[in-house]
Design a protein around this ligand. Sequence first.
Ligand SMILES: Nc1ncnc2c1ncn2[C@@H]1O[C@H](COP(=O)(O)OP(=O)(O)O)[C@@H](O)[C@H]1O
Ligand SMILES: [Mg+2]
Length: 245
Amino acid sequence: MTSLLRRRARTENADAPVISMVDVGMTYPNGKVALADVNVEIGRGDFVFLVGPSGAGKSTFIRLLIREQLPTTGQVQVAGRDLLHMRRGQVPGLRRRIGIVFQDFRLLPNKTVWENVAFALDVTGTAGTATRQRVPQLLNLVGLHEHAHHLPTQLSGGEQQRTAIARALVHDPAILIADEPTGNLDPVTSWEIIQLLIQINELGTTVLMATHNQEIVNAMRRRVLALEGGHLVRDESAAAYEREY
Ligand SMILES: Nc1ncnc2c1ncn2[C@@H]1O[C@H](COP(=O)(O)OP(=O)(O)O)[C@@H](O)[C@H]1O
Ligand SMILES: [Mg+2]
């Protein structure tokens, strides 16, 4: 299990930040300024909460990292790649270095837990033997081995999110990004998901979690990046949800 999340692309410098934004601004075509003057670095192995009220720019920040959108100004680097000067053909390689989970799970409804995870390997041409080895490792990690042949409708919300997390980890990404992963879950289940994210982080994966769950952020005391109206208003280690001074 220790080697499960430890393969790393050889091209990536272990000392370089895994995420870097320099003077980043993002204005949507309708003129809405979603991010402005954002400067931030996230180091390899960090666990970071991205907080802020609804509309603050958290999801936009994440869309820039996965290159779903390009910034209007500034530079974004992820896992050693310059996202602005990247060729189209290099985007799939970037996406494999980033695992992502969402509030609404986004599982394929007609596929079982096993198939949802295996599908992410199939689409990148992974051999069947490698898939048959990898999927059970991931299902063990997220505690879903016994649910391997269940459909999403036969799972609780927490189990669906665990499936999504297993799927996000199939390519052993450098970064796991979670956009409000506990937004649809009750408090007890939310805690279980946080514990899983912590465990994944301890195995070596950088974790960035956008949330407005104050209780969780206050209890965990991790690095907090706070957005307000598109501005990064706070970047503090071992922090609480709200400024404490
Ligand atoms: N596709 C879009 N077009 C125009 N405005 C958008 C779009 N997506 C988000 N916004 C706006 O950008 C701002 C930031 O949104 P978002 O990044 O989703 O914030 P958060 O995730 O913190 O709630 C909000 O004012 C939102 O309405
Ligand atoms: Mg959002």
